[in-house]
Design a protein around this ligand. Structure first.
Ligand code: GLU
Length: 522
């Protein structure tokens, strides 16, 4: 039975790279019919940030990545917060101490600093531990006395030098390192009676019967230590398979993606907006920016994995069916945020107009200045539409007419506001270019023609207006451009007779009149 985990440390908002890691764990678990566990690695109280865990859970709820066990849903391997598992770890530290695979070290931060200054590239290991204050250099009695006297200590792993350590990685194959490059990492601190990340991580993976550790490449350097810990505990047979995912790179490809890249180029690196509880600083999120969760999922899935062909639009079910760790790449994936925008555009097209209209009305405030008149109008419309089926149907139609022009749902307003609010001013450039000497006269005549149209839907109206223009010998372009300017206020918008159908006869004639009255003849 496959069991995988996503194990974030609640030190701030979840980075988009973390979301991808969780997604790959999710896809792998679902593909294998296994379970995905959320484990909160909060043993480092110095770095704990309030609200981070809630943020993480909310982000996954929004994205539709579900867990089978975790602090928010329970499970039979709990608790799932390491801070609630404190009492578990000491026993495992003691086991290593008893077997002589770890030792107690009393060196103060000042003493360590002094050694670092004295020995270039100092690392606490087989060649230096004999120079330090630890249970290997002190007598058993001294060690016991110091502990009894309340002297603070740490427990360090005892790494044997010059051994080959092999990390079997599903994506990278066998990665071999010489143990001499490793230091005797701290596993436990008496000061807070807490294990460090490394020990807690391994013990929990073991106790929670994790079968595969799928995580970011930044953890690859820790993997030899983790393998050593498994071996020291005698858990070699149940050691999980490792899979270290490729880094997410800057859009230009030179180096690791950072928050600064997002700030520089204008894209979020967090799933949800985050406000730093200390500084109050706000970082933008994909949700608030107007992304659809399934577009983000699709975008992220392809950053480091591909289904084996060049398909790009994949449903979650497709991804689950096609996912394999073997198809993950070793080399970093450029974070092409423009591609993310493209996915969002595609997903807006894929969804029904009804669904997009619903999303739009729910988030009508999004993107508009809350102080603005437009914001008030949009909110009124949204409120009305909920009880007015005719209005709702109109809005759904409007969405269908303009959605191929938007990247985000909130852009719908910019593309369609003229349906709701008549133009008060007319775009100067368009007026110069499109409003001819005879435009006013032609539109006055057109107005009369429109008045006579009985069925004001698009096709019948078009079938009357076009032959009329032809019969008069007017320039089709001139009439239509001036007509559009009168209805929209500028030269954008969908097919003109789709616009007239939605506005209705009365409104169309009114707008023509206003334009004639307001636009000065050149
Ligand atoms: N707590 C680590 C993190 O923040 C977990 C790394 C791992 O998956 O082992 O990413």
């Amino acid at each position: 039975m496959v069991r995988v985990r996503f194990a974030p440390s609640p030190t701030g908002p979840l980075h988009i790279g973390g979301v991808r890691t969780a997604l790959y764990n999710y896809l792998f678990a679902k593909k294998q019919g296994g379970d995905l566990i959320l484990r909160i690695e909060d043993t480092d109280s110095q770095r704990f940030v309030p609200g981070a865990e809630e943020y993480i859970i909310e982000a996954f709820n929004w994205l539709g990545i579900t867990f089978d066990e975790g602090p928010h849903i329970g499970g039979k391997y709990g608790p799932y917060r390491q801070s609630e598992r404190k009492s578990i770890y000491k026993e495992y530290v003691d086991r290593l101490l008893e077997k002589g695979l770890a030792y107690i070290a009393f060196d103060t931060p000042e003493e360590l600093e002094a050694k670092r200054n004295e020995i270039p590239n100092f690392q606490y290991d087989a060649s230096t531990r004999i120079l330090m204050k630890n249970s290997l250099t002190l007598s058993e009695k001294e060690t016991a006395d110091w502990i009894d006297a309340g002297k603070q200590y740490v427990v360090r792993i005892k790494i044997e030098p010059d051994q080959s350590i092999v990390v079997n990685d599903v994506i990278r194959g066998a990665v071999t390192v010489n143990s001499s490059i490793l230091d005797d990492k701290v596993l436990y601190k008496s000061s807070d009676q807490l294990p460090t990340y490394h020990l807690a991580n391994i013990v929990d993976d073991h106790l929670m019967e994790i079968t595969h550790v799928i995580r970011g490449e930044e953890w690859l350097p820790s993997a030899p230590l983790h393998v050593t810990l498994y071996n020291y505990f005698g858990w070699t047979d149940t050691m999980p398979q490792f899979a270290h995912l490729p880094l997410l790179l800057k859009p230009e490809g030179n180096g690791k993606l950072s928050k600064r890249d997002g700030d520089r180029l204008g894209f979020p690196v967090f799933p949800l907006q985050w406000q730093d509880p200390k500084t109050g600083e706000i970082s933008s999120g994909y949700r608030e920016k107007g992304y659809l969760p399934d577009a983000i999922i699709n975008f992220l899935a392809l950053l480091g994995w591909n289904p084996g062909d060049d398909r790009e639009i994949l449903s979650l079910e497709d991804m689950i069916a096609l996912f394999s760790l073997e198809k993950c790449s070793k080399s970093g994936a450029k974070f092409d945020y423009k591609k993310g925008e493209w996915f969002n555009h595609q997903y807006i097209q894929l969804k029904s107009n009804e669904e997009i209209a619903g999303l739009w009305l729910d988030s009508c405030h999004c993107g508009l200045d809350p102080q603005s008149h437009e914001h008030t109008v949009m909110q009124e419309i949204a409120g009305q539409a909920r009880n007015d089926k005719v209005l709702m149907d109109t809005i759904i139609k409007i969405v269908g007419l303009v959605k191929d022009r938007v990247t985000y749902v909130k852009d719908l307003w910019e593309q369609s506001s003229f349906f709701f609010v008549a133009p008060e001013t007319y775009d100067e450039k368009t007026v110069k270019k499109r409003w001819k000497e005879d435009s006013a006269a032609q539109l006055t005549e057109l107005s009369a023609v429109l008045e006579s149209v009985e069925d004001f839907t698009a096709k019948p109206t078009e079938d009357i207006v076009i032959p009329w223009i032809e019969s008069k010998g007017y320039s089709m372009g001139n009439v239509m451009n001036a007509f559009r300017l009168a209805l929209v206020g500028e030269s954008k918008g969908p097919h003109i007779f789709d616009i007239t159908e939605i506005l209705g006869k009365k409104e169309v004639i009114k707008r023509i009149e206003s334009a004639i009255n307001q636009i000065p003849v050149a």
